[in-house]
Design a protein around this ligand. Structure first.
Ligand SMILES: NC(=O)c1ccc[n+]([C@@H]2O[C@H](COP(=O)([O-])OP(=O)(O)OC[C@H]3O[C@@H](n4cnc5c(N)ncnc54)[C@H](OP(=O)(O)O)[C@@H]3O)[C@@H](O)[C@H]2O)c1
Length: 246
């Protein structure tokens, strides 16, 4: 029997990260999942193990460089390979440029951009080794449609997501020749805790949002791509006339 594939997924305790974890576990992948909240993380890990795969649950705050290094070390120690790094943990804060607090801006960058960079850098030797001479390893980054098309009050958030797209594109220029390719998935509103604020006033009913399973289907398809197929960006819109809106 061949060694199962292995993925590290940040923000794997709920929402999109959990949906991607479930999709990969269904396909027999071993996983490392991470988030800050230890209880929810342990509960999700137990659910995933029930699908018959190995799961390491490693709590880490994406603002903490030491914790990020420990997370990559724990993944490599457990599995010795990384077929997919899913940089999904993220935060969102709305606000106009006029009065957006700069401390908030810095935190958004730490979690949404700096942490993915550190993870890509830290896992690169393992991603390259996993791809080897003729295989493939993937980086899947959860960007957002607001990183592609501007949206009022999303100046800071959208800028972090545009940065993530840029990072994936440049990463591909440097690393796709080594069999490691990055894809930025850029969805509109997905029905998770993060989009809760826009459901309440009926602006966008949860039932009309993209689902975590939709995003997971794209992520899984990316892991199925071979060494010579690079998908830099996948935009996932909601239906209707506002295709360029979250
Ligand atoms: N939902 C949407 O409409 C939407 C649309 C486009 C893109 N996205 C992007 O998709 C990704 C996932 O979003 P989601 O909707 O699934 O969000 P979510 O339901 O709020 O889940 C976020 C996940 O990230 C973890 N997390 C948050 N802050 C963290 C931190 N500082 N350190 C470590 N882990 C952290 C959370 O666990 P803890 O809180 O326990 O740490 C949780 O597991 C994000 O990057 C988001 O920007 C979301």
């Amino acid at each position: 029997m061949s060694t199962p594939k292995a993925a590290l997924i940040t923000g794997g305790s709920r929402g999109i990260g959990a949906a991607i974890a479930e999709r990969l576990a269904d396909a027999g992948w071993d996983l490392t999942i991470s988030a800050r909240g230890e209880e929810a993380l342990a509960a999700k890990a137990a659910e995933l193990r029930a699908l018959g795969v190995r799961v390491e649950a490693v709590p880490a705050d994406m603002t903490d460089e030491t914790a990020i290094a420990a997370l990559t070390d724990a993944h490599v120690a457990a599995y010795g390979r990384c077929d997919a790094l899913v940089v999904n943990a993220g935060m969102g804060t709305l606000g106009a440029v006029a009065d957006f607090p700069v401390r908030r801006f810095d935190k958004l960058y730490q979690v949404n951009v700096r942490a993915p960079f550190l993870l890509m850098q830290g896992l690169l030797p393992t991603l390259r080794a996993t791809a080897g001479e003729d295989g493939a390893a993937k980086v899947i980054a959860l960007s957002s449609i607001t990183g592609v098309y501007p949206e009022p009050t999303m100046t800071a958030y959208g800028a972090t997501k545009a940065a993530l797209i840029s990072m994936c594109e440049t990463f591909n220029l440097e690393e796709s020749v080594n069999g490691v390719a990055a894809t930025a998935i850029c969805p509109g509103f997905v029905d998770t805790d993060m989009s809760e604020w826009t459901k309440g006033d009926g602006a966008i009913p949860a039932g009309e949002m993209i689902t975590g399973a939709d995003v997971a289907a794209i992520a899984f398809a990316v892991t199925e791509l071979g060494r010579y197929a690079v998908l830099p960006q996948a935009v996932l819109s909601r239906p209707g006339t506002n295709l360029h809106r979250a």
